[in-house]
Design a protein. Structure first.
Length: 309
């Protein structure tokens, strides 16, 4: 049996209780700013820690390897992390961060301490000797220098990496040399502190889990975020789902609710697992009005997560 679309419904209640025979679409939006937050900063990253492909590639020995990232908020870069896809106990690395000059890597802003040896499948973090302040909306180049070619996981199938020949014993060059573009998009990211907002830790897709999160254990504390607007104004909104990628990190029993407009929707008091996973609550009508959703009301809705117990 081949299925193109599968639609399930029941006839209970007064909302969405009949077959939907038109052509609806599902649209996803993400947090774009804080509304009212009480959770604490846990971790944040520049880039993504999630590999979207299984392919691997490594820069040659004696390389300066960089990728260009633009932080959406002001922050401090403390280290660079890479994801080795092979083990080499003798490989040497140092993390680096460069400024941007007219779209190219420019002056060295900070380099890191020596890290010796990497293990396949285990993130290798390269601390910077001096943490680097990053300005919102300004591009930076982060990466590493090496003395040994070790294959790395790739972030995706694009070619966003840059490489130049570099003698490891001489350290990171004070000004980046001419870089060869079109290199694999090595899976690397920057680890951040000093982030003054919460939405930037929870809007990465795919979600970064323990690499980027906010947290709280106080009953009644809630984070609410503003979300990006729908791409069009819909004639009808049949249902809204609020989703969170959640983990319980302590030993006590905890429950949470995913909320919008002060309501927990279809599911309140959900119990997170001890590993990260998706949790969902559905809102068939607008809790703020008690009536059917409208596009403008949905665009204006504040949604987030609350600690219930």
């Amino acid at each position: 049996m081949n299925l193109d679309d599968l639609y399930l419904f029941d006839s209970a209640g007064t909302t969405n209780n009949a077959p939907l025979l038109n052509s609806p679409r599902i649209e996803t939006t993400f947090p774009v700013s804080d509304s009212a937050v009480q959770f604490a900063f846990g971790a944040g990253i520049l880039g993504s820690s999630v590999a979207r492909v299984t392919t691997t590639a490594g820069p040659s020995a004696g390389s300066l390897a960089l990728r260009r990232f633009t932080p959406p908020v002001a922050c401090t870069l403390n280290s660079v992390t890479i994801m080795p896809a092979a083990t080499n106990a003798g490989a040497n690395y140092r993390g680096v961060v460069y400024g941007d000059t007219a779209g190219a890597a420019g002056a060295l802003l900070s380099s890191g301490t020596l890290v010796l040896g990497v293990t396949t499948g285990t993130a290798a973090t390269l601390p910077l000797t001096t943490p680097q302040s990053l300005a919102a909306g300004t591009p930076y180049w982060i990466g590493f220098i090496n003395d040994t070619s070790v294959i790395l996981s790739q972030a995706d199938g694009s070619v966003a990496g840059y490489r130049a020949v570099n003698t490891f014993a001489s350290g990171a060059p004070g000004t980046a040399p001419a870089m060869t573009s079109g290199q694999p998009s090595w899976l690397l990211w920057g680890n951040l502190t000093g982030v003054a907002v919460n939405y930037d830790e929870v809007n990465n897709q795919p979600p970064d889990g323990a690499q980027s999160f906010v947290f709280d254990a106080t009953v009644g504390h809630e984070d609410q975020y503003n979300f990006g607007a729908l791409s069009v104004t819909p004639a009808s909104v049949y249902a809204v789902a609020v989703k969170g990628y959640v983990q319980r990190s302590d030993s006590g029993a905890k429950t949470i609710s995913l909320r919008t407009s002060g309501s927990a929707g279809s599911l309140a008091g959900q119990t997170p697992a001890t590993t990260y996973g998706w949790m969902t609550s559905v809102f068939e009508t607008d809790p703020g009005t008690g009536a059917a959703w409208t596009g403008p009301n949905l665009n204006a809705a504040k949604s987030g997560v609350r600690v219930d117990s």
